[in-house]
Design a protein around this ligand. Structure first.
Ligand code: F0G
Length: 361
């Protein structure tokens, strides 16, 4: 594949990066990231995502709750924060190919950034277990998609072995650049709330993101309580042992043996937070609540943060942020399967149209 992409260099003027919000993430926070002035960047203008008030949720919880809309990133999930760093570093270090195991979002993000950089990308995904939007994204960006007759944990084990013996850069969250990039979401929240955050609610799968946020807050000297939530059928950190056959409607977090296990537990413990489980029913109820009442269509996995807050509360915290990690439109199967009863079939006839539009729902 050709390397026709001309990466954007970091700004040379000190402080220039901080004007406005439409700046690539590495430029905005270059003083806190492992890149030097003049380094070439692979960016899709990620980061600087909205921190939206959630009036209905706030009312229900009796505190001020905001939603960190990570679906507003270029490929529709928080993965882009880490991927701009991982792919920029890979290209800087002369890599020609990247690879990841994925439940879908990492794959879509890696594929997009690799396309932008003009390098090759391969992804290994659990067969039949990734949402269609994510598969579509990964395919259109030209990645090589390997559909494994196994689960995410098996895919990650294989891909780690493969990258030990081949010159391909692993861009899963074992890659430190991923954590570095993702910690910037904590910076944005800290800036947005002027340091007043008391509790962060976040879904946990491979546990890279909770690790990243905690690192980001710590770098700023902040210490909100970190409340991580796993799906009950895929809750190794709650059960204290790997789950061999993880199952959940939230396919993004269908993970039984997270690589950032110790880091995630440390984040929860050191912040006086916790990692707890929410059922699929609770996840879907929160998913619908976000869409019906707050106008926010997130992924089922993202709704685990809201489900957890509603189920367990936040120990009296008054300023709370729920991280909505990905866009709902990535998973049309779940959206339609849970709302099919709302479609009204209608013949071409005015009386029927009137009944359909005006009649009892
Ligand atoms: N939410 C979404 C939408 C995700 O895609 C993921 C992880 C998580 C939450 C959990 O984050 O793994 O850092 O604890 N998705 C990975 C993937 C595993 O392959 O896309 P985590």
């Amino acid at each position: 594949m050709s390397t026709s992409y001309t990466p954007v260099p970091l700004p040379r003027v000190e402080g220039a990066a901080f004007s406005g919000t439409h700046v690539p993430l590495i430029e905005r926070y270059h003083e806190r990231l492992p890149f030097a002035v003049g380094d070439k960047l692979v960016s899709l203008q990620e980061g600087s995502t909205p921190l939206l008030r959630a009036p209905v949720l706030s009312e229900m919880v009796g505190a001020s709750v905001r939603l960190k809309l990570e679906g507003a990133n270029p490929t529709g999930s928080f993965k882009d924060r880490g991927m701009t760093c991982a792919v920029s570093a890979a290209v800087r270090d002369g890599a020609k190919a990247v690879i990841c195991a994925s439940t879908g979002n990492t794959a879509a993000s890696a594929a997009a950034y690799a396309a932008r950089a003009g390098i090759t990308c391969a992804v290994i995904v659990p067969d039949g277990k990734i949402a269609q939007g994510k598969m579509a994204q990964t395919l259109v960006h030209g990645a090589r998609v390997i559909s494994l007759a196994g689960n995410f944990d098996q895919a990650l084990t294989l891909v780690r072995e493969l990258t030990d013996t081949h010159p391909i850069v692993l861009v899963n969250s074992v890659n430190e650049y991923r954590i570095e990039g993702q910690k910037t979401a904590a910076f944005e929240i800290h800036e947005g709330l002027e340091g007043g955050l008391e509790a962060l609610c976040i879904p946990v799968g491979n546990a890279g993101n909770i690790t990243s946020y905690w690192r980001g807050f710590q770098e700023l000297g902040a210490a909100p309580r970190m409340y991580g939530f796993q799906a009950a059928g895929a809750a190794p950190l709650v059960e204290g042992r790997p789950v061999e056959h993880p199952e959940t409607v939230a396919s993004a977090i269908r993970i039984g043996n997270p690589v950032r296990w110790e880091d995630a537990m440390a984040a929860a413990t050191d912040s006086r937070g916790s990692i707890r489980a929410v059922s699929d029913e609770e996840i879907l109820a929160a998913y619908k609540l976000m869409a019906f009442r707050e106008g926010m269509f997130c992924e089922p996995a993202s709704a685990a943060s809201v489900a957890g807050l509603l189920k367990y509360g936040a120990d009296g915290a008054e300023q709370i942020v729920c991280v909505l990690t990905g866009r709902g439109i990535k998973d049309p199967e779940t959206a339609i399967a849970n709302n099919e009863g709302h479609i009204i079939s209608c013949p071409v006839e005015m009386a029927a149209i009137e009944e359909a539009v005006l009649g009892d729902p």
